[in-house]
Ligand binder design. Structure first.
Ligand code: ADP
Ligand code: ZN
Length: 293
């Protein structure tokens, strides 16, 4: 078989930075560059020009949300209602297509990361996977039966409501909800509650006890509703590796034996860190671009 020499463009379009890469179809990164996310017109012009100069055969985009992911809708590829007002209703995909004339795949950043783990990372061989990032916000990408879940818009599983703990001394950091997962457990929630950033609180057991409680409760909800074969936890907050055993222990207690499946017999593997070492977003873009061709 001859070598596959296609050059695949990958764009992780984040709220704070744009990560552009050119990769091989097997997921090797040939070139990568990051620029800050500023105004939409100038930022997307820079991104588009970067790809236009690199002779790519297809492009995959993982965008911050909420964003239009239904190819049949007029809002496909647009940023929707966002607190980043300059980006509200901006046609991101249209702006890219002014510069690149190749097949483009487009989905949310978290769905794309989920796909990256399923094709290149620790969820290979599974077709139902939930990928959660716990960072500045909380988002979840969901694949069921090999398809990334969209629906009305796309899942917003970071905003599921949880039971606020009596021993929680904090207030929700979400402007919309007083007890959603993101409002109670994302990086800014930790900082608001304890008055210091997560990485400064590593030694404070009560911080991670409460944090793991909320994470475990959210995971139980995802397992009951989506029935994934694997759950992957990423994002800055999960760099606190002590969270993993705490989450698994609390998750098992909350499930309380109700679900019996081989996957749940090995929670170390069932609830795991990302296998792509931070490149799950970029590699998911590659997989998406290959599907778009
Ligand atoms: P983003 O979500 O903006 O893409 P990250 O996933 O890095 O970026 O998440 C940033 C958040 O994670 C911040 O709130 C930060 O305080 C928190 N964070 C980053 N590193 C750590 C760490 N080592 N331990 C705990 N929290 C961290
Ligand atoms: Zn919320």
């Amino acid at each position: 078989m001859s070598e596959d020499t296609r050059r695949i463009g990958a764009l992780e379009a984040g709220g704070t930075k744009m990560v552009m890469a050119v990769c091989t179809p097997s997921g090797e990164v040939i070139e990568r560059e990051e620029i800050p996310t500023e105004g939409p017109v100038e930022t997307m012009a820079r991104v588009g020009e970067w790809f236009a100069a690199r002779d790519i055969d297809a492009l995959g985009v993982g965008a911050f949300g909420p964003t239009g992911v239904n190819p049949a809708a007029p809002t496909f590829g647009h940023i929707l209602e966002t607190p980043k007002t300059a980006w509200k209703h901006f046609d991101m995909l249209g702006a890219l297509k002014e510069h690149v004339d190749v097949p483009v795949g487009y989905d949310t950043d978290v769905n794309v990361a989920c796909l990256g783990e399923q094709v290149y990372g620790c969820a290979q061989g599974r077709d139902s996977v939930v990928y959660i990032t716990i960072g500045t916000g909380i988002g979840a990408g969901v694949m069921i039966g090999g398809k990334l879940v969209h629906g009305m818009l796309h899942p917003e599983a970071g905003h599921v409501l949880l039971a606020k703990r009596d021993n929680d001394p904090g207030e929700s950091a979400c402007p919309y909800h007083d007890r959603c997962f993101e409002g109670l457990a994302a990086g800014p929630a930790i900082e608001k509650r304890w008055g210091a950033k997560g990485y400064e609180l590593a030694e404070r057991d009560e911080v991670w006890d409460l944090e793991s409680d909320y994470i475990a409760e959210a995971l139980v909800g995802y397992v009951m509703t989506y029935s994934p074969q694997k759950i992957i936890l990423g994002g800055g907050v999960m760099k606190q590796a002590q969270l993993f055993p705490l989450v698994r222990e609390k998750f098992a207690k909350m499930i309380n034996g109700y679900i019996v499946a081989p996957e749940l017999e090995d929670l170390d593997s069932y609830i795991s860190e990302a296998g792509c070492g931070g490149d799950q977003g970029i590699l998911g873009c590659v997989a998406l671009a290959l599907q778009a061709q």
